[in-house]
Write a protein that binds this ligand. Structure first.
Ligand SMILES: Nc1ncnc2c1ncn2[C@@H]1O[C@H](COP(=O)(O)OP(=O)(O)OP(=O)(O)O)[C@@H](O)[C@H]1O
Length: 364
């Protein structure tokens, strides 16, 4: 049984169909991130689950109990959900304690000590109870808003871009505090985001959405390493793509001859790897070229501290023509500089996608 089950949900605004036959299962007590470009329907899906938008078709069930189905409709306030949006929307005239107590059935008097418990759950000291929201940082405000939404002990928690208003440093510490609090409550979580790193690090399951459809669902690592198509692959992070020719056993490309993993197409393909899959070895005059390594020249570098993006030209063809320009991501210390000769090798598996129409494959 799923903590949250979405089946065949179709939804529209007027004539504009924004969800098309969406299916999604979230196991009880786990977190699923929905990731997709702006306007693909993420928030609408959250609104359907919450009961703020009625779908045209399909069903939604919590712990096997339908809340939307043909002939069944549970209003939002009876669904047992918590909702945390981008701005926590705390009541500015109430103290932190009063804000949290607002979410408690019967208020603070009925549940003595519960406000302090919830503050501790979200990693804030008990004396924050007396503060006003404007005496808190953005991240602390989001934690209080989370404590307020967790107060009624929801079964399902919906998070709509809850960290996007925070700066980078606050975002990662708030994200960790929120993840810990949610894990301790054993709540089923649906997170909407268009931050790839957030989706990959926060969730147990990742659902990629495009134009109202879920195109891939799986553990974050699997989706990152085995994306179903090129759009999904590039949406999740930098991608190096070169043309290649596959024979069912190996694929030949400017990145060398690489073993084929499933699927095993024949003929022209696009060969895709992540920049961090490209390993660089410096070339010295007295050194013979290593097996499986492709000579390349560094065109430029971009320094990010923890790593460096190295732009490389692969002059593999005998005429000296540049066959491809690719990016490698290497550790920040001791990376090569512009004009350096290096050798490139591919670590791990390359993904193969159908050749772009009209593109002539180049043979390495
Ligand atoms: N209340 C509304 N009335 C009419 N159209 C709407 C309404 N809300 C959203 N839409 C449209 O529905 C589509 C999906 O919107 P939705 O907000 O679900 O996308 P999203 O993936 O959450 O986008 P974003 O990441 O930008 O928040 C968009 O084309 C949007 O313009």
């Amino acid at each position: 049984m799923s903590g949250l089950e979405v089946r065949g949900v179709t939804a529209r605004y007027g004539d504009n169909v924004v969800l098309r036959d969406v299916d999604l299962d979230v196991a009880p007590g786990t977190t699923t991130a929905i990731l997709g470009p702006s306007g693909c329907g993420k928030t609408t899906l959250l609104r359907v689950v919450a009961g703020f938008h009625r779908p045209d078709d399909g069903r939604v069930a919590f712990d096997g109990r339908p809340v939307v189905a043909p002939g069944a409709w549970t209003p939002p306030e009876k669904r047992g959900i918590g909702y945390l949006a981008q701005e926590g929307n705390l009541f500015p005239h109430l103290s932190v304690g009063e804000n949290i107590a607002f979410g408690l059935p019967g208020g603070m008097r009925r549940s003595p000590g519960r406000v302090e418990e919830l503050l501790e759950l979200v990693g804030l000291p008990a004396d924050f109870r007396e503060r006003r929201p404007d005496q808190l940082s953005g991240g602390q405000q989001q934690r209080v808003a989370l404590a307020r939404s967790l107060a009624p002990e929801p079964k399902v928690m919906l998070l709509d871009e809850p960290f996007s208003a925070l700066d980078a440093a606050l975002r990662s510490s708030t994200r960790r505090a929120v993840a810990d609090a949610l894990a301790a409550q054993d709540v089923t979580v649906l997170l909407v985001t268009h931050d790839q790193g957030e989706a990959l690090s926060f969730a147990d399951q990742l659902a990629i959405m495009r134009s109202g459809n879920i195109v891939q669902v799986g553990p974050p690592r699997e989706v990152y390493e085995h994306p179903v198509d090129r759009d999904t692959a590039s949406f999740l992070g930098d991608l190096v793509v070169v043309p290649g020719v596959a024979d069912g056993r190996v694929v030949r490309s400017p990145l060398g001859t690489l073993p084929q993993v499933d699927p095993k197409p024949h003929g022209p393909v696009q060969v895709a790897v992540r920049p961090e899959q490209l390993a660089l070895t410096p070339v010295t005059d007295d050194q013979a070229s290593g097996a499986g390594r492709i000579p390349a020249v560094v065109r430029s570098t971009e320094y990010f501290g923890h790593d460096v993006l190295v732009e490389l030209e692969l002059p593999a063809d005998p005429s000296g023509r540049v066959t491809a320009t690719v990016l490698a991501r290497v550790p920040g210390d001791g990376s090569p500089g512009p004009g350096d000769q290096v050798e490139v090798s591919v670590r791990g598996d390359a993904r193969l996608f159908p050749a772009a129409s009209g593109e002539e494959p180049e043979r390495a």
